[in-house]
Design a protein around this ligand. Structure first.
Ligand code: UDX
Length: 402
């Protein structure tokens, strides 16, 4: 099939390379000229494991352009542009701009993969007069290609059976269960899924707070409750909270959307509140082991919002950095991939120069650092260290004083 993709971020590129790998002809369009030029030279604009290799393998079936007219003969056009939250509300301008430009040149079926509030697909249909399917994406950064090829489920929201069938056929190679719904339902499924996961993490983080008071270990609690199949062990790691390009913006978007239609999502609102407290928690624990941080050097290990990505969007680590600076600390940092305006040093230098250390992202290379860290004030914000191997000046999320 001839496939168009509008918006060449992690979702657009993953969709593109995975479909090209299945033999489809893919044209990717983006308004960012630098991004398109890079891709034309086989350079992806983001770090994602396997993406560059997949791009190279399938390069002959992939074209990149800033010109929408290259979508003219696409049978399916995926909209994968970003949908940021501005002032607590979803901004759909990029989706509607894309729709208007598509209308001028193309006749194919539109499949919206961007996360959008219910009613958006119906509006895109009004704008374009084309068939519009809602086909939300559930991929995790760092696992984007795997999740696109082997999703837990494929959700296809369509008010037009034929258009829905076409998109279902396109993803049939995944062998994933298919859920056919209305477009509104498909849009809501995506928010319900992300909100539930955010709630789950905030829940275990509140149990972690309690554990710190009681000298219990949240990991023990999580393991025990996770064995109940109704709860499941996934997304139960206590830490400094959730960040990234999805959960923070999606939880805000759906709670404000719900209020707009006259309902409240109180549990999701509480999850957001719990999450906003997490960086303060890290600082509180650090002060317990090193006193005031003013004038001292603090090393933050990990800046990315989670391991295996260079993405720092809404990263809790950066919020911790800002808090430390506000408190008058001098901050240095090490991250294997991510960069920021903090002074970046090597892992060894970071540890040697620091008066205190906060582990903010659970990169694998931070495991086993106990011998180097022992004796320094350390806060393990992501539970990567073995507390038994650490000394007195050690605190970990959800552990209490041992
Ligand atoms: C998420 C969803 O998983 C994905 O389905 C959706 O399409 C986009 O948002 P992603 O943002 O890539 O994907 O990150 P994810 O791996 O889900 O982690 C989100 C955040 O939650 C991270 O900051 C992570 O550190 C945190 N988290 C996750 C925890 O603190 N504890 C956990 O147990 C799991």
């Amino acid at each position: 099939m001839r496939i168009g993709i509008v918006g060449l971020g992690v979702v657009g590129l993953s969709t593109g390379v995975v479909l090209a790998e299945r033999g489809h002809e893919v044209v990717g369009v983006d308004i960012d000229q630098g991004r398109v030029q890079g891709l034309q030279c086989r350079r992806p604009p983001i770090y994602e494991p396997g993406l560059e290799e997949a791009l190279n393998r399938n390069f002959e079936r992939m074209k990149f352009s800033t010109d929408y007219s290259s979508l003219s003969d696409a049978e399916v056009i995926f909209i994968t542009v970003s949908t940021p939250t501005i002032d607590g509300r979803i901004y759909l301008g990029y989706v509607f701009d894309a729709a208007r430009k598509i209308r001028e040149v193309a006749r194919g079926v539109i499949a919206i993969k961007s996360t959008v509030v219910p009613g958006t697909a119906r509006k895109v249909k009004e704008i374009t007069n084309l068939k519009v399917v809602s086909n939300p994406e559930f991929l995790r950064e760092g696992n984007a290609l795997h999740d696109t090829e082997s999703p837990d489920r494929v959700v296809i929201g369509s008010d037009d059976k034929e258009a829905g069938d076409l998109i279902q056929e396109l993803w049939s190679f995944t062998k994933a269960p298919v859920i056919r719904t209305t477009t509104d339902e498909a849009e809501l499924i995506k928010y319900a899924a992300n909100s539930f996961l955010a709630v789950k993490v905030s829940f275990i983080n509140e149990i972690a707070n309690l554990c710190e008071r009681l000298n219990c270990d949240v990991n023990v609690i999580a393991r025990a409750i996770g064995l109940d199949k109704r709860i499941s062990p996934y997304f139960l790691s206590a830490g400094l909270g959730w960040g990234g390009s999805c959960f923070p913006k999606d939880t805000l978007a759906i709670t404000s959307f719900a209020r707009d239609v006259g309902e409240r999502l109180r549990i999701v609102e509480a999850a957001i509140e719990v999450n906003q407290e997490r960086p303060f928690r890290a600082l509180k624990l650090l002060k317990e082991v090193m006193g005031e941080v003013r004038g001292k050097t603090v090393c933050v290990l990990g800046l990315a919002f989670k391991p295996n990505t260079d993405d720092t969007r809404e990263s809790v680590a950066l919020k911790v950095v800002n808090l430390l600076r506000q408190e008058g600390a001098m901050v240095i940092a090490y991250d294997p991939k991510a960069r920021s305006d903090v002074e970046m040093v090597t892992l060894d230098e970071c540890i040697t120069r620091a008066d205190g250390v906060i582990i903010a992202t659970e990169w694998d290379e931070f495991r086993g650092l106990e011998p180097k860290l022992r004796g320094k004030p350390v806060v393990d914000g992501r539970r990567v260290l073995d507390p038994a191997k650490m000394g007195q000046e050690f605190r970990a999320i959800g552990l209490g004083v041992r």
